[in-house]
Design a protein around this ligand. Structure first.
Ligand code: CMP
Length: 223
């Protein structure tokens, strides 16, 4: 593996070529197929993962089997660091949503790299802070918004992260399934279908095949 590819990973930003070469030596590259469980909640963990290509979902499952999607991570993101940092079992389950290319780093190598590289520590803390901010926003949404508001906020968040702007100011992106949206906002698939129908009838969005087109009016209605 070329160290050039490691320079594209935000976690490794600002690191010297020598440090990146250490990472190249210490990581193992793996190709993993869709729908594979990489990390299981409550199990012991011995490595962390960096995503080079593909997407995973981070989930918790309730005692009734209902799934909550905490986050969807993609290229440049990492996961599995928490169990290595606090020595607790895995805090969530992580499953591939598509064929994925990963780098794996073992616990002892992760700790020795952290001790030797200030940039790595600072990048790690910065990402963990961003995740806490995002989790705070999710708690706020759950406490203060109704289901319609939570769905609108989620669609606007995905639009700003992954969307492509059209000439009329609308934003288009590949739509998640109604079940995925339901698991992200804490409601049922049926409710999501009804709410998306309402938002569509009121002209806030349009479904087009596998895509969803969000009109600017949705942004104004849910600032
Ligand atoms: P770990 O607890 O080792 O295994 C599950 C991983 O999921 C965890 O480390 C984090 O890397 C990741 N994770 C847990 N909660 C979140 C979250 N709210 N947002 C993004 N990633 C998370």
């Amino acid at each position: 593996m070329d160290v050039g590819i490691l320079k594209t990973v935000p976690l490794f930003l600002g690191m010297t070529d020598a440090a990146l070469d250490d990472i190249r030596r210490l990581t193992v590259r793996k190709s993993i197929s869709k729908d594979t469980i990489l990390v299981q909640e409550n199990e012991l963990g011995d490595c962390m993962y960096m995503i080079m290509e593909g997407k995973v979902k981070v989930t918790n499952v309730g005692s009734d089997g209902k799934e909550v999607i905490l986050s969807v991570l993609g290229p440049g993101d990492f996961f599995g660091e928490m169990a290595l940092l606090d020595e607790e079992p895995r805090s969530a389950t992580v499953v591939t949503l598509e064929a994925t290319e990963m780098l794996l780093l073992r616990r002892k190598d992760f700790h020795s790299l952290l001790e030797q590289n200030r940039e790595l520590l600072s990048n790690l803390l910065s990402t963990i802070s961003q995740r806490l901010r995002h989790a705070n926003a999710q708690i706020r949404s759950l406490a203060l918004l109704d289901v319609l508001g939570r769905i609108a906020k989620l669609l606007l968040e995905i639009a700003s992260k992954e969307g492509r702007k059209l000439l009329d100011g609308s934003v288009v992106f590949r739509r998640p399934t109604h079940q995925e949206i339901a698991s992200m906002v804490g409601t049922s698939r049926e409710t999501v279908s009804r709410m998306i129908g309402e938002l569509s009838r009121d002209g806030y969005l349009r479904i087009s095949g596998k895509d969803i087109i969000i009109r600017d009016e949705l942004n104004k209605a849910f600032p």
